[in-house]
Design a binder for this molecule. Structure first.
Ligand SMILES: [Zn+2]
Length: 409
């Protein structure tokens, strides 16, 4: 088995933690912001120092490539994103980029002969924290939405559009450089787990078999506004009271469907939202995720069988969006699992509960993800952490899986 360098991996994490660093730890490195551009420049500098050729496509995605030994073979690509959420951590996304760079550095410096060229990739605007939606660029590449509509998106809380920020970044390259299935043959995305499972189960590596399917509904309760002082309780049609009952009832009925179903009400709108007025309107979100789409169908059945009236308030619902479960590539899964096993790491096959660029790429190329544990299961927070050893383990699994993929593709 081959190994990357623990200290070199750790140095990369520490070096990139400076771009957008916050007092007291963590980063804010919104897509195409000044700290994000500084991180891109440093990535380019390091890749070129290794003898890699750095290109970008028309939406600023970066591709750093090192040639293989056999002429004409497609590239094997690995990477993730470098942008963060507001007050995010030093691992989400950037770990995937830097472990890929570390694997490439090991290949280059150790003189490991690979038939295929290898490319380390950086996706533009994965988080969607500055420009919505999340996974914007992989969505453009995979035609989930048009480039034109995305260029027109204004930053959250500001005036600059994605198109303007992209143009000003200096990273606009040629559309022909976009990830495609002629020039590329396989995609790896290492990532922190962002959940507690690996740590709780004492495992080193998650061999990610796919991304769970999900549905997202809005549920709406409509009552009647009236005076908080003059309306006796028995006369009220209080939309918030009705919504509270529905949320608690859903907790019970959805909880009974499957142990590993996850569901969340994370967003709520209450009108008129005045402390002296009985609410007449409440809308709340319901997000439910499971790898088995049959379970998701049961969730939808529960929503569709909700009563049309609760405490005198009218109930309605609408599907916001959903996605089917994504299954990653069997051959790449075997390579990742074989690498973990060969290195003597404990591991399990698991599904990602969060969305990643890999889920879109998997429609284009054989794809797989590698998870390392998140300490405390925490992510999208300044205390997000994985130990230097955990980061090193993931890079080692990537390196060895890459070497196997080089033989099998
Ligand atoms: Zn991420």
């Amino acid at each position: 088995m081959f190994a990357t360098d623990l200290n070199r991996m750790d140095e990369k994490i520490k070096a990139f933690s400076k771009f957008g660093e916050l007092d007291g730890g963590g980063i804010t490195r919104l897509s195409l912001s000044a700290p994000a551009l500084a991180a891109r420049a440093e990535f380019k500098r390091r890749a070129e120092a290794l003898g890699m050729t750095v290109e970008s496509d028309d939406i600023g995605n970066i591709y750093a490539t090192y040639p293989g030994t056999e002429e004409g073979l497609p590239r094997i690509i690995m990477g993730s994103h470098m942008d963060s959420v507001r007050s995010g951590g030093n691992y989400d996304g950037i770990y995937g980029v830097l472990s890929s760079l570390e694997a490439a550095e090991t290949v280059i410096k150790e003189g490991i002969k690979l038939r295929h060229p290898i490319t380390v990739m950086v996706w533009t605007n994965e988080e969607g924290a500055r420009f919505e939606p999340a996974m914007m660029s992989s969505g453009i590449v995979m035609k989930k939405w048009t480039k034109e509509s995305m260029l027109a998106v204004s930053e959250t809380g500001g005036k600059v559009t994605f198109g303007e920020a992209l143009e000003a970044s200096g990273w606009v390259g040629d559309e022909s450089n976009r990830l495609n299935d002629r020039d590329y043959c396989a995609y790896f995305e290492p990532h922190i787990e962002q959940g507690p499972v690996l740590e709780e189960e004492g495992l080193d590596i998650g061999v990610v078999a796919g991304v769970v399917g999900m549905v997202n509904y809005d549920i709406i309760l409509e009552g009647v506004s009236s005076h908080a002082g003059t309306t006796p309780q028995s006369y009220r049609k209080d939309a918030l009271r009705a919504a509270s009952k529905v949320i608690l009832d859903l907790w019970d009925s959805l909880g009974a469907i499957a142990d590993d179903l996850v569901f969340t009400t994370g967003e709520i709108t209450c009108r008129p939202n005045i402390h002296t007025v009985v609410p007449n309107y409440v809308k709340f979100s319901l997000d439910a995720r499971h790898r088995d789409m049959g379970v998701i169908a049961e969730v939808v059945d529960v929503i569709k069988s909700l009563p049309s009236e609760v405490y005198g308030c009218k109930l309605s619902y609408e599907e916001h969006w959903g996605r089917n479960t994504i299954e990653f590539d069997d051959r790449l899964l075997d390579h990742v699992e074989g690498a973990a096993k060969g290195l003597g790491y404990s591991y399990k096959r698991m599904y990602s509960g969060a969305g990643h660029d890999a889920q879109y790429v998997s429609e284009l190329l054989p794809s797989v993800m590698i998870f390392i544990p998140s300490v405390g299961g925490l992510s999208h927070t300044v205390v997000e952490y994985s130990t230097p050893e955990q980061c090193h383990h993931g890079a080692n699994v990537l390196l060895n899986a890459l070497i196997e993929a080089d033989k099998s593709f």
